[in-house]
Design a protein around this ligand. Structure first.
Ligand code: PEP
Ligand code: MG
Length: 838
């Protein structure tokens, strides 16, 4: 990344040559005065810079120091800037460390890393650096520091700002990362300085780590205050967000409590005594074998590289991780739901922590390798969080380590820790802690349960285990880690117990209990497995949106009749590199095999818009949603499209039952060009012909559906994008989220038009956007003539039940009324009016 220094960030006025401060404190004060005089910081920031020295060392190495304020005082930074004090005779910073150049930083978090990068580069150039210690031309220093820039920092007294309100924490689990990330997101929408105070600790409301460090627990009184042009509006908005999250937090806690309680409905072993007693985190009983996972803090080798290289590597790894986390959040939202996805959104915020980046750079300057330095910095900070004796903060240590591992894998792919790969069947995973990333990607078919030494029932890992329906116990203690690999065990996730080497009587009893539970579940599954057939016999296909073969089992168990959307871009997004044709072939083949002959619709790469792939280094676009995305990119990049098509046709030739679908189609000419490529590749491989479909995601395609239908075998409507482009609402804009309603009559009319166009040429129409997974939306779509609905697996049972409760004519009538409605709200009202016949 190159951040261009603006003249205001470092100019000759901000450089003092020939300074001779008596000591470290005088150095910081003089540098702070320069920043104050330039209007970069409030005077209070000076004290914050001094306070930071008491808790952290800002000596970067090679005679360079980087004093800056505490993260929580960032609100005292008026604008980005850096001030430089040249100290030819040097000043003792710490025993044995002499500073000749003090670079005082006032900057935003992202800018901080750019400045450090520039400095590490400079340090590498020893002769230039030494010349700066004595130069009498301030421009030399300005030039040396002026490629990369911006900065951040703060200082902060425990006083409140002008506008304020008091709030008693009503979140039963305290202010943890998910709600805190929402606060941060809201606060960042305003220019006002916004802070949160807990006792005499103050945090910047725009910085997640700072907020979490307040350790706010239920019942604590927080003071939220703001200052600046839009302070009142900011606080009003923040207040509504803070309060509105309360209901959800309480619901989550109640649910967790209900699940944790009711041991009476649980299982009691006839003979065994529990070997491990922890806390029940996800209910259920399972028999399996202990599979201990290697500790995550496995050795990270220390391979020093030139600093210039190291700085760039770190920066790229952090940028790539940010994009991957966005992709994981996106994928988790589509598979497990928005609440679980918020975990990974919050993880992204942890990457913006300047302390973490500073510490890493210091270690690099000391001569350590990038990966080692990053790992150390993460471990030290996570250790600090765990040591504070606050359960909320201890839970965040696991999050920090999780993010840390992702960055590590991006610095050096050989450090990618596939902690959960290659599991034996029926594993009871035993680990010190399990990261949310690992948990989200577990295959519930192979894993019987999870037992961790650390963690809490509200940890993200526990939340994800519940979503996946895996029994889990947490806080089992260190003894858990001494268990013998491969021991037979019974895990009781309801009561948080692990029984080792159970007797035949215990096993029988456990099997009987599990069988009883399975009968109950089978009854539920039966309902899910039944076809979505209306009472008058009209059948709608119901499929799942999944991306990986190991997600198929869960989808089928929810009642999926196939896969209606396999988003292949996730194969590219999450791994940080482009999968080869062979790797793709294996994946598509495995997916088809996992579906055992059921239909599979694979969507060709849909990159661009909200799905940016860092390693492809595509040109930056002003407006990526209206840019080269989906089919437009495929047509411009045969190097991406053709290996994918070859992999698909090869899989088809090997018997995979699949169809190919192209995203973001706008015109007939695109379809013709894509078909030609498919046909050429098919002929080259002598593969069977495949059904080729397109997504209807832009109004142009819906309006011209009759023309497009002549050239394709099927349509699948992407209501997420169709809504975005019809209503001109960015699908990622939280402010407009409520208005981006796919039930808007304009969207419904375009769907109607699509169906009519397809019918004219005997084509079928599916829907794979979010509306398909909404029970009422599904009913409307069936009434509009859609014949296939594809959705997140967990939405399938409710959708099927809704469709099975009506006649087709009722659904058609419902659709007719919806088409005539004036607003989305009027359409919603029909939901209440239209009670299905029973
Ligand atoms: C859609 O746009 O509705 C869709 C299914 O595609 P995606 O969400 O992947 O853009
Ligand atoms: Mg789309």
């Amino acid at each position: 990344m190159s951040v261009t220094t603006t003249p205001a960030l470092l100019s000759a006025e901000l450089v003092r040559l020939g300074a001779a401060p008596a000591d470290k404190e005088a150095t910081i004060r003089q540098a702070a005065q320069l920043l104050i005089a330039a209007g970069c910081i409030d005077p209070g920031y000076e004290a914050s810079m001094l306070r930071r020295e008491a808790v952290a060392n800002t000596f970067l190495g090679h005679g360079v120091v980087i004093p800056h304020g505490l993260g929580e005082d960032r609100n005292l930074v008026r604008r980005n800037g850096i001030a430089v004090l040249q100290i030819p005779r040097g000043v003792e910073w710490n025993p044995g460390q002499t500073a000749h150049i003090a670079v005082a930083i006032a900057a935003q978090s992202d800018a901080h890393i750019a400045i450090l990068r520039r400095l590490t580069r400079l340090i590498q150039d020893e002769s230039r650096l030494v010349s700066l210690f004595v130069t009498d031309n301030a421009q030399d220093i300005v030039a040396a520091l002026s490629d990369d820039a911006p900065a951040a920092a703060s200082s902060g007294p425990a006083t409140d700002l002008a506008e304020r309100f008091r709030w008693t924490v009503s979140y039963p689990s305290g202010l943890h990362a998910r709600p805190a990330a929402r606060w941060v997101e809201t606060a960042r929408g305003f220019s006002a300085r916004i802070q949160v105070r807990n006792g005499d600790q103050v945090a910047d409301a725009k910085n997640l780590v700072s907020l979490l460090q307040l350790g706010l627990r239920a019942g604590d009184v927080a003071m939220l205050s703001a200052e600046g042009r839009d302070a009142a509006a900011a606080l009003a908005k923040l207040r509504s967000v803070v309060e509105s999250l309360s209901a959800q937090e309480k619901r989550d806690a109640e649910l967790a409590a209900q699940r944790a309680a009711a041991p009476s409905s649980g299982w009691t072993p006839p003979q065994a005594k529990a070997a491990i007693v922890g806390i029940g985190a996800s209910p259920g009983l399972a028999i399996g074998i202990v599979h201990r996972l290697a500790s995550h803090d496995a050795e990270v080798p220390d391979h020093p590289v030139p600093l210039t290289e190291g700085g760039a590597q770190l920066h790229e790894a952090i940028t790539a991780t940010r994009l991957q986390l966005k992709a994981v959040a996106d994928d988790t939202a589509r598979r497990l739901g928005a609440a679980d996805a918020a975990i990974f959104k919050a993880h992204g915020e942890l990457l913006a922590d300047t302390d973490l980046i500073t510490l890493t750079c210091q270690l690099m300057v000391e001569g350590h390798g990038v990966a080692w330095s990053w790992n150390q910095a993460v471990e030290r900070m996570a250790g600090k969080l765990s040591a504070l004796g606050n359960a909320v903060l201890a839970g965040r240590a696991a999050d920090l380590r999780d993010v840390g591992r992702r960055v590590l894998a991006n610095i050096d792919p050989s450090l990618r820790q596939v902690a959960t790969g290659e599991l034996p069947d029926n594993s009871i995973l035993v680990a010190a802690d399990l990261s949310p990333s690992d948990t989200a990607t577990l295959d519930p078919e192979r894993v019987a349960g999870i037992a961790t030494a650390q963690g809490g029932p509200t940890s993200h890992t526990a939340i994800l285990a519940r979503t996946l329906g895996l029994p889990a116990l947490v806080a089992g203690g260190a003894a858990l880690l001494d268990l013998k690999q491969g021991s037979a065990a019974i895990i009781d996730g309801q009561n948080g117990r692990l029984y080792l080497n159970p007797s035949p009587a215990d096993l029988d009893s456990a099997r009987a209990w599990i069988a009883e539970q399975q009968t109950i579940r089978a009854r539920e599954a039966e309902q899910r497995a039944m076809p979505a057939q209306t009472t008058d016999g009209h059948r709608v296909e119901v499929s799942a949106n999944i991306n990986l073969p190991d997600q198929a089992a869960l989808a089928l168990s929810q009642g999926a009749e196939g896969v209606g959307l396999m988003r292949t871009e996730f194969l590219f997004l999450e791994r940080g590199s482009t999968p080869s044709e062979d790797e793709q072939y294996e994946t598509y083949k495995a997916m088809a095999q996992a579906l055992e002959g059921r239909p599979l619709i694979v969507r060709a790469l849909d990159i661009g818009g909200d799905k940016q792939v860092a390693h492809l280094e595509l040109p930056r676009e002003e407006n990526p949603f209206l840019g080269v995305r989906g089919a437009r990119l495929l047509l411009r990049r045969p190097d991406l499209m053709e290996p994918q098509l070859r992999a698909l046709y090869r899989a088809a030739k090997d018997g995979a039952r699949l169809s190919i679908m192209f995203p973001m189609i706008t015109s007939v000419s695109e379809v013709i060009a894509l078909r030609q490529t498919c046909e050429r590749i098919r002929a080259e491989l002598d593969a069977p012909a495949l059904a080729l479909g397109i997504m209807i995601e832009v109004p142009a395609a819906a309006i011209q559906a009759d023309a497009l239908a002549q050239h394709v075998d099927f349509f699948s409507i992407g209501t997420n994008d169709l809504t975005q482009y019809t209503l001109a609402i960015d699908r990622q804009n939280p402010e407009l989220a409520a208005e981006a309603d796919s039930l808007h009559p304009a969207v419904l009319r375009l769907i109607r038009q699509t169906v009519a166009g397809a019918e004219r040429h005997g084509r079928w129409v599916g829907v794979c956007g979010g509306l398909a997974g909404d029970a009422f939306g599904a009913a409307l779509l069936a009434g509009l003539g859609v014949s296939e609905l594809s959705m997140t697996p967990r939405d399938i049972p409710a959708v099927k039940a809704r469709l099975r409760a009506s006649t087709l004519s009722e659904l058609r009538e419902l659709a007719e009324r919806a088409l005539k409605a004036e607003t989305a709200a009027d359409v919603r009202k029909l939901d209440l009016a239209a009670e299905p016949s029973s």
